[in-house]
Design a binder for this molecule. Structure first.
Ligand code: SAM
Length: 219
C-alpha cells in the first residue's frame, strides 16, 4: 500500500479532501494510506512554538527548523525510504507528466506544507523535491499538497473507474486538452449537441474528437 504523509499546522484542512470521492475510495480499497502529522506536536516549549522572526529583519514569521526536522524524522520512522517534498513557489512547476511518473513510482511520499512567510532555509537539506503549483502565492502549502496528492493518487492503477479514463484526459500526452463532451438532453435551451456525436458512427466520432482536442498553447 502506498503511504502518503503530510506535515502541516492545519490537519483539519485535509479531512474533507482526503475523506471524499476518489481519495476516500483509494483509502477504502487499501491502495493508499494517508497520515497527517500535526507540526504543532513538535513545537518548542510550553507554547509549542513553531515559528520565529527572520534574521536580518523583514515582515512575517518563518517556520523554525527544529520542529520540522523532528516531524520529518517521525514520518521517516514508518517509511525510511519516502521522498520528502517541500511545497514552495520556488519549486519545479507541477504538471500531469510528473503526476503520472510519481503515481507509477510507488515510493512513499512525505509532504511539508510551508506557512507564514515561509521556512528557515536549512529545512531544504531534508528535502528531495521542491514543487510549485503555479506562479502565484497561496497562504500555505496545504492546498498545493492536496492538489499534488489528488493528481497522483487518481492515477494509481485501480483508483479511477474506467481503465482508460486517465489516458484520454487533458495533458495525458503532454499537451493536448480533452475534446468537448456532452450528455443528455440532446437539446437544452436552444443549444444542440453536435450531430456527429448522436449518430453512433465510432470512426466519425473519433475524427471529430481529434479535431476538437486543443493543444494547451492554443487556449
Ligand atoms: N514568502 C514566500 C514567497 O514570497 O515565496 C511565500 C510564502 S507563502 C505565504 C507560505 C507557504 O505557502 C510557502 O512556504 C509554501 O509552502 C506555500 N505556497 C504558497 N504558494 C505556493 C505555490 N505556488 N506552490 C507551492 N507552495 C506554495
Amino acid at each position: 500500500m502506498r503511504k502518503i504523509q503530510v506535515i502541516t499546522l492545519f490537519p483539519e484542512m485535509f479531512t474533507g479532501v482526503l475523506g471524499s470521492s476518489m481519495m476516500w475510495k483509494a483509502q477504502k480499497e487499501a491502495v493508499v494510506e494517508f497520515s497527517i502529522i500535526n507540526l504543532r506536536d513538535f513545537g518548542i516549549g510550553p507554547r509549542q512554538q513553531v515559528d520565529d522572526t527572520p534574521y536580518g529583519g523583514g515582515d512575517g514569521m518563518l517556520l523554525k527548523p527544529e520542529p520540522l526536522f523532528a516531524a520529518v524524522a517521525k514520518a521517516k520512522e514508518s517509511d525510511p525510504e519516502a521522498i520528502v517534498i517541500l511545497t514552495t513557489p520556488r519549486g519545479q512547476r507541477w504538471k500531469q507528466s510528473l503526476a503520472k511518473e510519481w503515481a507509477d513510482d510507488g515510493q512513499g511520499l512525505i509532504f511539508i506544507c510551508g506557512r507564514y512567510e515561509g521556512y528557515d532555509e536549512r529545512i531544504v537539506s531534508l528535502v528531495d523535491q521542491q514543487v510549485s503549483v503555479g506562479d502565484y502565492v497561496l497562504t500555505g502549502g496545504e492546498l498545493p499538497a492536496m492538489t499534488i496528492i489528488d493528481s497522483i493518487v487518481r492515477l494509481i492503477p485501480g483508483v479511477l473507474g474506467g481503465e482508460t479514463s486517465a489516458e484520454i484526459e487533458s495533458f495525458s500526452d503532454g499537451e493536448t486538452l480533452e475534446f468537448p463532451q456532452y450528455t443528455r438532453p440532446a437539446e437544452f435551451q436552444d443549444m444542440k449537441v453536435p450531430k456527429v456525436l448522436l449518430n453512433g458512427h465510432h470512426g466519425e466520432i473519433a475524427k471529430w474528437r481529434a479535431q476538437n482536442s486543443f493543444k494547451a498553447d492554443q487556449q
